[in-house]
Design a protein around this ligand. Structure first.
Ligand code: NAD
Length: 352
């Protein structure tokens, strides 16, 4: 069995669905179900014994230690985090609590559990920490892409809290020998993405006839990776990664935000045309985010060279799959936006 934290969120739920589709090994999914956690992402696994869900906060070290001792996983894949930069600017405290203190508590629980494992199981154990390219700070046009040795320079409370968690993970390998792996990935997109992030926000606002807000001049550049490719990369690192190592994961798909929005509008014009005009007419430029990083770019050569992972989707194929998914899952979007799913969680998982 493996333990996944944050498996009801965007990437975590894609990972759990993918894992169960590809393996008979069970997943213990530990998630506190914040606003971003949605068990309906995992409804296909209802009744499947390979998925065990426990509503728990990673900050509760004793509770996590008890779960480790009860289920005896061979690995932890740590997704749980507060993940939205805008929210971190408005209220950083939750980011410090979950991303720093939560990762620390999880590491402590993992260290205690791992140190008691018998020889071979101890050597085979892995703690895989899922992190972001935002820890490396901002690039200018023409700067070389981030590599695993780029100096950390986080600029938002979100990226600073993730950077702190990366450093804690590193220290647990160097100090205690915990077999850790860290992955730093670029922007993901795909199914089950909470519609506060750029791509799902644009798709859902466009179809609802709302404005499509673009920060500043829209020329902020991000590298985009289809979430299924990220999940495959994590499985690959878990399988073949060297303990103590860091792997950058990216899609070689640098795009300016405004270009992404134009692509989405044009795709929607084709797949779900408006009665008149184009979705581009709904674009509105709004005041830029404070401290907005200008450009992120990932050099993913190490994972490609050493572990043989490569993204399958291009931006064009991945974005088309994503738009199709949102068009076919209007009920999911409506649930998330109405808050109905929060009520559903309270009724179905109110055991805490
Ligand atoms: P998300 O916000 O969609 O999901 C986070 C999940 O963690 C939710 O299910 C939430 O309920 C859970 N959670 C939050 N606090 C918790 C706590 N204290 N205890 C237990 N569970 C808790 O995030 P995401 O976009 O799926 O990102 C997952 C991970 O990947 C994060 O660590 C993030 O930093 C990293 N990452 C994300 C991206 C991206 O583009 N989304 C890119 C690179 C790295």
């Amino acid at each position: 069995m493996i333990l996944v934290t944050g498996g009801a969120g965007f990437i975590g739920s894609n990972f759990v669905l993918d894992w169960v589709a590809q393996s008979d090994e069970a997943v213990l999914n530990v998630d506190k179900l914040s606003y971003a956690g949605n068990l309906r992402n995992l409804s296909a696994l209802q009744g499947d014994e390979r998925h065990v869900f426990v509503r728990e906060d990673i900050c509760d070290q004793d509770a996590i230690a008890a779960l480790l001792n009860k289920y005896k996983p061979r690995a932890i894949v740590h997704f749980a985090a507060e993940s939205h930069v805008d929210r971190s600017i408005r209220g950083p405290r939750d980011f410090i609590n979950t991303n720093i203190n939560g990762t620390f508590s999880l590491l402590e629980a993992a260290r205690g559990y791992w140190s008691e494992l018998p020889g071979q199981e101890q050597r085979d154990f892995r703690f895989l920490h899922v992190s972001t390219d935002e820890v490396y700070g901002s690039l200018s046009a023409g700067d070389a892409s981030f590599t695993e040795t780029t100096a950390y320079a986080p600029n938002s409370p979100y990226s600073a809290s993730k950077a702190a968690s990366d450093h804690l993970v590193r220290s647990y390998h160097h100090t205690y020998g915990l077999p850790t792996l860290t992955t730093n990935c670029s922007n993901n997109y795909g199914p089950y993405h909470f519609p506060e992030k750029l791509i799902p926000l644009i798709i859902t606002n466009a179809r609802a006839g709302k404005s499509l807000p673009i920060y500043g001049d829209g020329q902020q550049v991000r590298d985009w990776l289809y979430v299924g490719d990220h999940c495959a990369a994590i499985r690959c690192v878990l399988d073949k990664g060297m303990p103590g190592e860091v792997y950058n994961i990216g899609g070689w798909n640098e795009k300016a935000n405004l270009d992404v929005v134009h692509i989405l509008c044009d795709m929607l014009d084709r797949m779900d045309p408006k009665k008149s005009g184009s979705y581009r007419d709904q674009i509105t430029f709004v005041t830029d985010r404070p401290g907005h990083d200008r450009r992120y770019a990932i050099d993913a050569s190490k994972i490609e060279r050493e572990l043989g992972w490569r993204p399958v989707e291009t931006f064009e194929t991945g974005i088309e799959r994503t738009v199709q998914w949102y068009l076919a899952h209007q009920d999911w979007v409506a649930d998330v936006q109405s808050g109905d799913y929060l009520k559903w969680i309270e009724t179905n998982y109110n055991q805490r």
